[in-house]
Design a protein around this ligand. Structure first.
Ligand code: DLZ
Length: 163
């Protein structure tokens, strides 16, 4: 085992990086915007609270969560973007529409992340009801936008340490 490999085995993912010069793209679905705006606000404020520069945060809106993957891919292709946070809410309906969207977005984001070698964070709520969505967008279960931002910060730091 090389010295570098030994070092990798001891660092903590909670050892947060300096993100003052990191550029984040936040891609936000307009479907269920009363919820996605809260996810966006949570993600934005968390990035700022942990040292991101407001002028290095860019936002792109998409019509619905199905479009998150390709827009995230476009942002990730840009050399100046360090990480992308995809935010959406897909509420279970009377058909399987939500299943198709959820699987497509999860797979699309995974593919775009690997293809571009950058973190793309899955900040998509998949609740059964609007009430469950409200609970997770600044309600009793916190704000998943905050968690998505923290994940982005940790992955940016991890990438810098590993590569
Ligand atoms: C069509 C649709 C439905 C039924 N439900 C949702 C939803 O709960 N959340 C969401 O973000 N988007 C939904 N959409 C829209 C799709 O994501 C997509 O925009 C359209 O199918 C057009 O590709």
């Amino acid at each position: 085992m090389s010295t570098a490999d030994k070092n990798l085995s001891v660092f903590s993912i909670d050892d947060l990086p300096n993100i003052s010069n990191k550029k984040f793209a936040l891609v936000v679905a307009e479907w269920n915007s009363e919820i996605t705006e809260k996810l966006y606000e949570g993600a934005y404020q968390t990035l700022i609270a942990y040292g991101a520069s407001p002028d290095l945060l860019v936002r792109g809106n998409v019509p619905g969560s199905f479009e998150l993957s390709v827009a995230a891919h476009w942002f990730a292709q840009r050399a100046d973007i360090d990480a992308v946070i995809a935010l959406g809410v897909v509420i279970q309906g009377e058909t399987k529409h939500n299943d198709y969207i959820n699987h497509a977005v999860a797979q699309g984001i995974t593919n775009a992340s690997i293809a571009n070698n950058k973190p793309i964070i899955f900040g998509v709520l998949t609740p059964n009801t609007m009430e469950q969505a409200v609970d997770r967008a600044g309600g009793v279960h916190g704000n998943k936008g905050d968690e998505a931002a923290m994940t982005a910060i940790k992955m940016v730091g991890l990438k810098d340490k590993v590569l």
